[in-house]
Design a protein around this ligand. Structure first.
Ligand SMILES: Cc1cc2nc3c(=O)[nH]c(=O)nc-3n(C[C@H](O)[C@H](O)[C@H](O)COP(=O)(O)O)c2cc1C
Ligand code: SF4
Length: 475
């Protein structure tokens, strides 16, 4: 049996050469779907790391500048960093504001979500495609400088060599930036703060980076997969891009599939592939009894129950309608023998530890939420009061942070209360053995938050709920 231990989250989750760690499929047709429905537009069967090999496979870029922005808009490309914001209008907004001083492009290759390996795999397999995307985006938005942000030294070393190989290939030189690791250091406002000489911690918005970002200039922060898609659209156009996917969610997307599946890994799928088939790409459920639920969207996502809901098409809209999320394309399978309440508690504890410690609701609320969940998973009932408290806590933290960490916690917690309602009733007689059994989600090990003194929602309401990053409110 393959467990999350194999993906080891011990510091280095996906190896720089993500293929080794994540078992990328290597038998895809050049462009069309393979027999299992997966694609190889972004992830070719073998890595294309040298510039000459890259040019031989992809050829020179085609559309540029304003025409490229129009084509990206026609293609309906949405951001692959988690929020699925339309890429074309975002490019236009930065270009319109560039003025004489020019703008800035920031490629977000941080991938701070512990359950994700798609950006590491992309950068390891087709680094020049990402760099082409940065160069094309920089030209389109009239940028004077461009940055590629990553968080692992080995990754930075490899990319430095790739950038050096390009020489004067790019209109704007790309500066590689190693950003301190933390769950929230990859949020766009944290990257902008860091590039402005501050800490890699989220700042309050507005202004959003596209209005005023690095050195006060309009700044395009884009996920590396989004940029690689821009490089492909420049060459092949919008119709080609839209020839896979659905009418409202066109194109292909990288997904990371892990948890109780036979072959955890990264795959490229057409948007709209049923979640069941996405799990099938990873060999399906590795455990007897099948899939109990899927954590869709990763730690910032929500639970989708097993059974018929697994037929939901993997698109942001369809998953939202089903009460789940697409996020950055992460699908984590929980088997019938797993405990959704215990798994959710572990993720919530991790997220609480990752709080940047800047905003009162986050600093005080997230540990209280994690502890209340721990009570549902590992304590005895009745749980009615704990659930009521949890709902009040959700109301107190949601939308109250500088970044969306508290909103993600609320979304995950609410979905767990909904999907594991039956388990909660059973746990009133005491936790089931599954709560202490195998762990299925790749929550980083070694986090040692001491058990919190539990705060009730009433106590929470009296806590200072400062909402400015400068108002550091510590418990
Ligand atoms: C807590 C937090 C963590 C984030 N982590 C990432 C990340 O690791 N990679 C990423 O591309 N976007 C991440 N985002 C989203 C970015 O803020 C930003 O929206 C994204 O990079 C924009 O790129 P896109 O439009 O191409 O999706 C995160 C957001 C939040 C609130
Ligand atoms: S909401 Fe939390 S993680 Fe986000 S900036 Fe505030 S304290 Fe930091």
């Amino acid at each position: 049996m393959r467990t999350v231990g194999d993906l080891s989250v011990n510091g280095e989750r996906a190896e720089l050469d993500g293929d080794a760690a994540w078992g990328l499929d290597a038998g895809h047709a050049a462009d069309g779907p393979a027999a299992d429905g997966s694609l190889s537009r972004l992830l070719p069967p073998v890595p294309v790391r040298e510039l000459r090999a890259h040019e031989a496979r992809y050829g020179p870029p085609g559309l540029r500048g304003g025409s490229l922005i129009d084509e990206v808009t026609r293609a309906g490309l949405t951001g692959r960093g988690g929020a699925a914001y339309p890429a074309g209008p975002k490019l236009s907004s930065v270009r319109e504001r560039a003025g004489l001083r020019g703008s800035v492009v920031v490629a977000n290759g941080m991938e701070s979500e512990p359950a994700s390996a798609k950006d590491a795999s992309l950068l390891a397999r087709v680094p020049h495609l990402v760099l082409d995307g940065i160069a094309l985006a920089a030209e389109a938005v009239a940028a004077r400088s461009a940055y590629l942000c990553v968080r692992r030294q080995a990754q930075a070393d490899m990319l430095a060599a790739v950038i050096a190989e390009r020489g004067a290939h790019d209109p704007v030189p790309v500066k590689l930036v190693l950003v301190p690791e933390r769950y929230v250091s990859s949020a766009e406002s944290a990257l902008v703060r860091h590039l402005n000489g501050g800490p890699a911690l989220p700042g309050f918005t507005p202004p959003r980076p596209f209005e005023r970002g690095v050195r006060g200039r309009p700044t395009l922060v884009s996920n590396v997969e989004t940029l690689a898609n821009i490089a492909l659209i420049s060459r092949h156009g919008a119709s080609w891009f839209r020839s896979v996917g659905t009418g409202t969610a066109p194109g292909s997307v990288l997904v990371t599939v892990a948890g109780a599946v036979k072959r955890p890994g990264v795959h490229e799928i057409p948007l709209g592939m049923p979640v069941r088939d996405v799990l099938g790409l990873a060999g399906g459920c590795a455990e007897i009894g099948g899939v109990q639920a899927v954590l869709a969207g990763g730690f910032f996502g929500s639970w989708l129950p097993g059974g018929a809901p697994l037929d939901t098409p993997a698109t942001p809209d369809a998953l939202r309608s089903a009460g789940a999320s697409f996020g950055a394309g992460i699908f984590l399978a929980l088997p019938a023998g797993g405990c959704g309440l215990a798994e959710t508690t572990r993720v919530l504890r991790y997220l609480a530890e990752q709080s940047a410690g800047q905003c009162g609701p986050c600093v005080n609320g997230l540990p209280a939420i994690a502890d209340a969940f721990g009570q549902l998973a590992f304590g005895r009932g009745p749980h009615v009061r704990t659930v009521r408290e949890l709902r009040e806590l959700f109301g107190l933290v949601d939308g109250r942070g500088a970044c969306h960490l508290p909103d993600g916690v609320t979304r995950l917690g609410e979905s767990a209360l909904r999907v594991f309602a039956e388990d909660m009733r059973r746990h009133e007689r005491g936790p089931c053995p599954a709560a202490f059994g195998s762990r299925w989600l790749p929550v980083p090990a070694g986090l040692t938050r001491a058990p919190e003194r539990r705060q009730t929602s009433r106590q929470m309401a009296t806590i200072k709920l400062g909402t400015s990053p400068e108002q550091a409110v510590r418990p």
